[in-house]
Design a protein around this ligand. Structure first.
Ligand code: CA
Length: 475
């Protein structure tokens, strides 16, 4: 589309010319309607339909532009406004009667809203057919034209199983685990090109997780592998790349499935959840020289995931396992070790637990492959279910938040993945969007330069980066 190529950097004169050209075309298109003998004008019964038809026809080009504006191409807005108001002038002279016509009062109707506010003409009320909150209300009464969606921003031509993000020296990075390419790919946000570009590449063997750890101004990446042990790499300023820093003592780790990083009393730890029968999920601690194994958790349970969370000021770990319901361990301040605390009853087959806070309340999500995944809330004594989300082949259920809105991304190996949005009035997550990702394994929210992105790792296809667009056209 022509508009796609227009940027604000282009000379205003160019925009002006286009605007004039657009008006001329619109005028020519409108000519049949100016003619008194036009058959469309002869039947009084058709007046309203004709009005709408012709108004719509006249504004078709404008609406195309508005649509592109709605889809995030803000640069076209200036052009849209220029051409809109000139078009309005032509239309208004001949088609004042909008009675009976209902409009979708989203951001695409903003032009009409603005014109209604500005015009001196007598125009009957324009009613909204949607969205739901404005149904059967007047367009004049709309208070804002928020518009929100996820669009593909960038496609990374490789599979991945996990994506971790970290900030270092005011830059935003991601570390992507690629098992098939035997890589831990580190990408950096390019502030000029406005995309994620390759920064470094840590090679390995059957990599299942890359987890960044920041200690002071040092950047480490834990590379968890199925074969050849797991290692920690450190960013070396002089080599301008990641170099191997240490091996992780893995006598107890045989099938790492998840890495979580946490801090207790200003001390740095990470835990590796081990999913093999003989493996032991193990906590590692930073001792100012490196990370060393600190505590082995429970045996024989084939843990799939670990989650660190603060419950009422106390540190806890929740371990999800193939063989039992999720268990909760609590940090004992005296022994400085995790001790068994409780479990989440009646929740078999939970693959992962993730926690998030929303309006000072603590929630967890429980991912289940088949059946219902769950959202639970801490009620000061225990976690209670607040919502069940039907799952079809879900390997991940990820809470995230952009611009004070809360979302859940529920993956599916068989169909579309679903994004739910928190409905503050109904106090539930309602289905908001669907995105297609082949065999999704993780969803990761990354914000930079006031833009919000959402990495969808795929075990079978390309890794996709979606951008969350929220056009606030508040008035
Ligand atoms: Ca985890």
């Amino acid at each position: 589309m022509l508009v796609k190529g227009i940027r604000l950097k282009k000379p205003p004169f160019f925009l002006f010319l286009l605007s004039v050209l657009s008006c001329v075309i619109e005028l020519i298109v409108s000519l049949p309607y100016f003619w008194p003998s036009s058959p469309r004008q002869q039947s009084p019964n058709k007046t309203e339909a004709t009005s709408l038809f012709s108004v719509q026809k006249q504004f078709k080009a404008t609406q195309v532009f508005l649509n592109s504006a709605c889809q995030g191409d803000n640069s076209s807005v200036v052009f849209v406004l220029l051409s809109t108001f000139s078009n309005m002038f032509i239309s208004v002279c001949f088609f004042r009667d909008l009675r009976g016509n209902k409009f979708e009062c989203d951001c695409k109707a903003k032009w009409l809203f603005l014109w209604l506010k500005m015009t001196n003409s007598t125009v009957s009320d324009v009613l909204c057919i949607g969205p739901a909150e404005y149904q059967d209300k007047k367009l004049n009464d709309v208070t804002s034209f928020d518009y929100e969606y996820f669009v593909v921003h960038q496609i990374l031509p490789y599979q991945s199983v996990s994506v971790d993000t970290f900030n270092s020296k005011n830059d935003v990075f991601v570390a992507i685990a690629q098992p098939s390419m035997e890589n831990c790919m580190v990408l950096e946000w390019d502030h000029i090109e406005m995309n994620f570009r390759s920064y470094d590449n840590i090679t390995g063997q059957s990599i299942v997780g890359c987890k960044a750890i920041l200690v002071g101004d040092q950047v480490f990446v834990v590379v968890a592998q199925l074969f050849g042990g797991s290692h920690i790499y450190k960013y070396d300023e002089s080599w301008t790349k990641f170099v191997k820093f240490q091996d992780i003592e893995v006598s107890r780790i045989s099938k790492p499935n998840d890495i979580e990083l946490f801090e207790i009393d200003s001390e740095m730890f990470f835990v590796i959840a081990d999913s093999s029968k003989a493996g032991l999920s193990t906590v590692y601690k930073w001792n100012n020289k490196g990370f060393y194994s600190y505590q082995s958790l429970h045996e024989w349970f084939r843990d799939t995931d670990a989650e660190f969370l603060d419950i009422d000021g106390k540190s806890h770990l929740i371990l999800s396992s193939r063989s039992q319901v999720p268990i909760i361990l609590q940090w004992n301040k005296a022994s400085k070790k995790f001790v068994p605390h409780s479990e989440i009853p009646n929740m078999e087959d939970v693959l992962a637990v993730k926690s998030f806070r929303m309006q000072d309340n603590l929630y967890i999500t429980l991912t289940r492959f088949i059946g219902d995944s769950r959202v639970m809330k801490w009620n000061s004594k225990q976690f209670v279910e607040i919502q069940a989300l039907p799952s079809r082949g879900a390997m991940t259920l990820q809470p995230f938040s952009f611009k004070n809105n809360y979302y859940l991304a529920l993956g599916s190996d068989y169909t579309f993945s679903q994004i739910y949005q928190w409905d503050g009035e109904k106090k539930i997550f309602r289905l908001f969007k669907e995105i297609y990702v082949q065999a999704p394994r993780s969803f990761t929210a990354v914000s930079t330069d006031r833009r919000d992105f959402f990495f969808a790792s795929s075990f079978k296809g390309n890794t996709q980066i979606f951008e969350h667009i929220l056009i606030d056209l508040s008035l």
